[in-house]
Design a protein around this ligand. Structure first.
Ligand code: 5GP
Ligand code: MN
Length: 324
């Protein structure tokens, strides 16, 4: 990252008193970890910070330091608006015209980031947005204490699915090591955010598992509003089912279609290295990484499935044993 970009960000942060920080809808551990790490480090420096998430903090992340500070309402004014882990302006889930000001700072690691802020701190090579924050928080003159370290570690663990993705570099592991030294409880975070499942989530998975379909290296399923009602699942996401499906061998692309209120379907793609699903998600108005991407598409379940399946078939080469 160019020195001047960091210096500029540091200067606007120093000058600001009321800071608003946003991340993306259906937040994952990197969205929440980034949001809370930056919030707590700025608060320690005497800033008044409001961290905002459209749907608040999902229960599994509520143990994180600072989680109780998150609100789902954007303050009507602030000196500074920062977005973390959000590839584009639509990602917060709030209508863009309701944002209190143009974003001042954008800190992210998605290759599909649109550089929408005045100051864009974007590194596609970072395994998580918290990996970028580990470097820039001290460069901003802010401190990484145990609470900040815990949030940073959460982003690393969730975005790399426990240090298992291609995006993990020696630097990722060095940072994890330093975060442990700073007091981040790695085993506890790992257990809470990756290993532990609640009963209702697994019942919800059951609905999707019953509808699994497979064709020429593509595997997909759907989850409906009715499924969530039936089991009492409180979120509007897939309870991470897509990552379970991605462990099935011999598959090139996994997709999950999650019905949303208002006639929309959230689609998540996961792929084997060499199959770029970010480009296809981008073509549907979404984005993400080569091996993990998503989009929210208008239309009913059947129509969206047909469109997305047709487009996805076009990017894979059927393997002989799969098409047999
Ligand atoms: P997931 O499918 O688990 O929601 O997300 C996979 C990756 O794609 C994440 O990096 C996430 O930020 C990104 N992603 C998911 N949905 C969208 C979307 O609607 N727009 C953009 N730009 N990125 C998305
Ligand atoms: Mn991320």
């Amino acid at each position: 990252m160019a020195e001047t970009t960091i210096e500029k960000a540091k200067a606007v942060l120093n000058a600001a008193q009321q800071v608003i920080i946003l991340s993306h809808e259906r937040p994952d551990g990197d969205a929440i970890g980034s949001l809370l790490a930056l919030t707590l480090s700025l608060e320690r420096a005497g800033k008044n910070v409001t961290p905002v998430l459209l749907e608040g903090v999902p229960s599994r992340f509520r143990f994180l330091p600072g989680a109780d500070k998150v609100t789902s309402k954007i303050p009507s004014n602030g000196d500074l608006l920062i977005l973390v882990d959000a590839a584009d302006l639509q990602r917060t889930g709030f209508p863009v015209e309701t944002l209190p000001r143009q974003p001042d700072i954008n800190i992210d690691h998605h290759p599909t980031n649109t550089d929408y802020a005045d100051i864009n701190i974007v590194n596609h090579k970072a395994s998580a947005t918290t990996e970028i924050l580990f470097d820039v928080i001290p460069q901003f003159g802010l401190e990484i204490d145990t609470y900040v370290a815990t949030n940073l570690m959460t982003g690393l663990i969730t975005d790399t699915i426990g240090f298992r993705t291609d995006s993990v570099t020696p630097r990722t592991l060095e940072i994890a090591s330093e975060l442990i030294s700073l007091g981040a409880p790695m085993a506890e975070i790992y257990a809470r955010v990756l290993n532990q499942r609640n009963f209702v989530s697994v019942q919800y998975w059951g609905k999707g598992l019953n509808r699994l379909e497979k064709e020429n290296g593509i595997l997909w399923t759907s989850l409906t509003i009715e499924d969530r009602k039936a089991v009492g699942y409180p979120g509007s996401d897939d309870a991470d089912l897509v990552n379970l499906l991605a462990t099935i061998e011999g598959i090139q692309v996994v997709m999950i279609f999650i019905e949303q209120i208002g006639g929309k379907v959230k689609v998540s793609w996961r792929s084997r290295p060499g199959v770029d699903v970010a480009a296809i998600a981008f073509s549907f108005g979404g984005g993400g990484h080569e091996q993990a991407a998503g989009a929210t598409i208008e239309g009913d379940m059947q129509e969206v499935q047909e469109r997305v399946l047709t487009a996805t078939r076009g990017i894979i080469s059927p393997s002989p044993e799969e098409s047999a």
